[in-house]
Design a protein around this ligand. Sequence first.
Ligand SMILES: [Fe+2]
Ligand SMILES: [Fe+2]
Length: 265
Amino acid sequence: MKTIAHLSDLHFGRTETKVVAALLSDLERHRPDLVIISGDLTQRARSHQFAEARAFLSHIPAPVLVVPGNHDLYPLYRPFSRIFRPRNKFHRSLPGHDSLPVWKDDQVVAIGLDSTRSLRWKSGALKGAHLDHLELTLADAPETAARVVFLHHPPSTASGGHPYETLVNHGIDLVLTGHVHHAHVELISSDHGGSLVLVQATTACSTRLREDSNGYCLVRLDGDHMEVAIQGWSGDIFHTIRHHCFEKKARIWRMAPHLSHVFPS
Ligand SMILES: [Fe+2]
Ligand SMILES: [Fe+2]
C-alpha cells in the first residue's frame, strides 16, 4: 500500500504559523510515502516567501514533488521577468525540484505537469508537450503501478480533445489539482469506457480561504483500491472530515463502500 499526501496552495507570505505547525504534525502522524504539492507555494513569488516554503519542505518526513502555481511565477507588475523568465525564481529557490517532476516505483507513477502560463493568470490547458511528456514517461511504467498526474489548475481543455477523456485514454487513475481553494473529490467517467478520480485540495495553510477551512488530502492506494481522506483544520488540529472509497473492476474505477478490510482506520 502507498499513501500520498496531496497539499496545495500553501501561499507562504499569507500563512498562519499555528496551521503550518499543525500541518507538519499531521504529516508526521500519517507518515505518507510521498508528498505532492500542486502549486502556489508562495503568495507573490518573493524571495522570503520562497525561503519559508523551502524551510517547510525541509521538514516534511517524505520525498516531496512540487509543480508551480500561478502565484509562483514573477508577478504581472514585473512584466520583463514575467514574460522572459517566469519560473526562474521558483526553480532557483527550490533546488533539487525538477521542472518535470516524476516519481516511479512498482506501485505508483506520479507525473507533475506545469499548467502555468506567463501571460495568463488562470489556465488549465493540457498542451501537446504535456501529453508527449506523459506518453514518454508512461511508456516504461510498471503495469501494476497506479498512474497519477498532478498539476496546479484543474484541466479545462486539452490538445485534440476533452481533458479528462484524454487522461482516461492515457490510463490515468488519479488527477491531483488545486488553485480553486476548494476540496472536491469526483469520479469522472469517459464516454468511451474507463474512468479516473479527480482530487482537488483546498489551501493547506493560507488565510486565502473561500468556503472551506484549511485542509489537505491523504490518498491510499492498494492495487485496485483507493481511499481519499480529506483532512480539515478544526481550529486546533487537522482531522479526517470525510472518506471517499473507490474500487477498480475491469479497468474502470467505481465508488465503493468504506473499504475497512483494505484500509483499516
Ligand atoms: Fe492559490
Ligand atoms: Fe492558483
